[in-house]
Design a binder for this molecule. Sequence first.
Ligand SMILES: [Zn+2]
Length: 272
Amino acid sequence: MPELPEVETTRRGVAPWIEGVRVTAVELRQPMLRWPVPRSLALELPGRRVLSAGRRAKYLLFRAEGDRTFMLHLGMSGSLRVLRAAAPPALHDHLDIALETGCVLRFHDPRRFGSADWIAGDPLLHPLLRELGPEPLGPEFTPDYLAAACRGRKVAIKQLIMNGHVVVGVGNIYASEALFRAGIHPARAAGRISETRLAALVSAIREVLEAAIRQGGTTLRDFAWGEGRRGYFRPELAAYDRAGEPCLRCGGVIRAVVQGQRSTYYCPGCQH
Ligand SMILES: [Zn+2]
């Protein structure tokens, strides 16, 4: 499943091909993704220039002329590529955005949990986005902010940092990794962690996401002109999916538990 680093890598990969470029046509082969793709997308996007390729949480925001935005979510299995116009569509290639340069931005999504929307006005005020917590790499996600969000809370810290109303884009893998790095037990009550340790957690969340984005950057060239399907990159992981293996820090054994129906990996020696 694409997590925030993959979505950000996608944004960086497609941005140079679409920013400032006019859309000539939209071809929708599958109008039913997670919810129906609005008909207005294919009617109104052609003829407009895309001004910027942005991102909020895991939504890609292609701002177009006329105060409209093409908003795309990659869902569980979606991917976006830049291709030559002549490339024939394959199975699950649901949506093409044809550009005046002759390139095509193509959305591929076998499981169809992705979504494509066409919205007017400020996209950050859209119902899907306006209630979201701050970006983990943005200026609002500070130690003071996290300390205030944790104060008096009995919920496990891992569940708190995976709650998109607290902070967006910290998925299961990165939550496990950040807690390992900060030395905090994933099941510890959020309100029972010192501010110093929460500050370390803020740094750890930023570091694991930035490292994954840097690693994704090495795959950017694959976004354009590639013929094959690009898989999502696997970040280097210290705790996640390493149950039974030695802890890289203390040599103890990484343990797996199920927490909120998700697998959590931690080192009982290093995390408390
Ligand atoms: Zn350890």
